[in-house]
Design a protein around this ligand. Structure first.
Ligand code: PFF
Length: 454
């Protein structure tokens, strides 16, 4: 690799910088909007428990596998597989990751755009005074079915994402996540305190944290694992890419631990905001989907003392969390174009961003903008295919590759650089070889069966 190529690639300034960036990728709409929705639709506290187990036993395993692979190869996902097993079909897993990243970003940025739109709506007082459920529904329908507004905010999100990514690893991702992540943490703690002091908060907490084991079933486990992959940004090579910028002297095990822990903590805190607030409005745990953030919340904010500020901050939080994730989604194809095609960062970010925008058009039109895309629920479809199935397939092959093709021994050698002891070695080896692949296969079969039988 020559000097110019190295400088195009970039590297993190420190271990903390990596942790901010990777945590920024992990924490996003998945934590604040999707996690509470999943909890409310899958039995409450039981889901929370299974989710924590899924993160600890499988999510952490795959995260460490991805980071190790990335740091060893110092390359994007396609380049990483090719580096270790040249001229084999394994690089297809890298290509699948790049495609998955572009497709996830295409709908993710649409939803992030809604958050930005709602930030302005709330700040300008749209939900001031008495808002009824019908009014709130209507405001969302009007907003999300208006192509001009949806495209405007979608384009802003994509523009910001392209701008940050074109600045590079240190001056783009690292600089911005260092500003945005502490902001996000302060906002979320503030909002949780506000929510926990609402009248009736206790009822929400009990739905959220008191497990009722009669609600445990296969679907709960299925969604918990899928949610863990999505939330931790696993299965599409984001962590291979972010891992490729880590220094050889950093401890990968503690890095993976920090990212998994912080992501889970923020998801749990998001629940502490959402369930007490739902209980306050008299509907503990009963609603989900886009309705949760965009229809029900404005309603609650309108009834709550200090609601306009609370609401504005909530959507600011959603927006900040989303941006640090959209940049990580775009970084995967960009790293590929820079490493493998020798493109400049600017050109790569612009082109990959523009293509993503084009692919996002049907998703942007699928909430009322155009009848055809609305009918087939294009956004929801993409979320299942790419946000669930594709990530699980990717995670499965990454485990198989690291455990059996590259080999645990060589992976451990890479981990030893920066962590010579690696006490968790037997547990990690067991999980990456047996537990994680087996669990993912079972989940995939169940998921596909479910889709076929409707
Ligand atoms: N982890 C992000 C979230 O929870 O919102 C979404 C995401 C980002 C998924 C990056 C996958 C990814 F590669």
């Amino acid at each position: 690799m020559d000097g110019q190529q190295l400088s195009q690639r970039g590297a993190w300034g420190s271990k903390v910088a990596f942790i901010f960036a990777a945590t920024g990728s992990a924490i996003g709409l998945g934590n604040i909007w999707r996690f509470p929705t999943m909890v409310s639709q899958n039995g409450g506290a039981v889901f929370v428990l299974i989710y924590i187990l899924a993160v600890a036993l499988i999510g952490f395993t795959v995260m460490l596998a991805e980071l190790t692979l990335g740091r060893h190869a110092q390359k994007n996902p396609v380049g990483a597989f090719e580096y270790i097993k040249p001229h084999t079909p394994w690089k297809l897993i890298g290509y699948l990751g790049i495609l998955t990243g572009i497709f996830i970003l295409s709908f993710y940025a649409v939803v992030a755009g809604w958050a930005l739109g709602y930030f302005f709506k709330t700040a300008s007082g749209t939900f001031k005074g008495k808002v009824t459920p019908e009014m709130s529904n209507q405001i969302f329908t009007e907003f999300s079915s208006d192509p001009i507004q949806v495209f405007f905010f979608f384009a802003i999100i994509m523009g910001l994402t392209i701008f940050i990514i074109s600045k590079g690893v240190k001056k783009g991702i690292e600089k911005w996540t260092k500003i945005l992540m502490p902001m996000l943490f302060i906002l979320i703690v503030f909002l949780a305190v506000r929510a926990l002091t609402l009248p009736g908060a206790g009822q929400g907490i009990s739905f959220y944290l008191k497990p009722d084991f009669s609600k445990l079933n296969v679907a709960v486990v299925l969604f918990a694992l899928g949610q863990a992959f999505f939330s931790l940004s696993l299965g599409m090579g984001t962590m291979i890419t972010y891992g490729s910028y880590i220094s050889k002297s950093d401890n990968l095990v503690s890095s993976a631990g920090w990212v998994s822990f912080s992501d889970t903590l923020i998801a749990l805190l998001a629940g502490l905001i959402i369930f007490p607030t739902l209980a306050f409005s008299g509907q503990p745990g009963s609603v989900g989907g886009d309705a949760l953030a965009f229809k029900v919340f404005p309603l609650i904010f309108s009834e709550m003392p200090g609601g306009q500020i609370f609401g504005t901050l909530f959507f600011a939080l959603l927006f900040v969390a989303a941006i640090t994730s959209t940049i990580s989604l775009l970084e995967v194809p960009v790293a590929y174009l820079v490493d493998e095609r020798n493109w400049s960062r600017n050109k790569a970010a612009l082109l990959a961003g523009f293509i993503t925008f084009l692919i996002g058009i049907p998703a942007a039109l699928s909430t009322g903008g155009m009848e055809f895309f609305t009918k087939i629920n294009f956004l929801g479809l993409f979320a299942i295919i790419f946000g669930n199935i594709s990530l699980a397939v990717g995670a499965l092959f990454i485990c198989i590759f690291v455990a059996y093709i590259w080999g645990v021994k060589k992976a451990v050698k890479e981990i030893h650089s920066g962590n010579p002891r690696f006490n968790l070695r037997p547990l990690w080896a067991f999980s990456v070889k047996f537990l994680s692949p087996a669990a993912i296969i079972i989940i995939l079969i169940t998921l596909i069966k479910k889709i076929i039988t409707g």
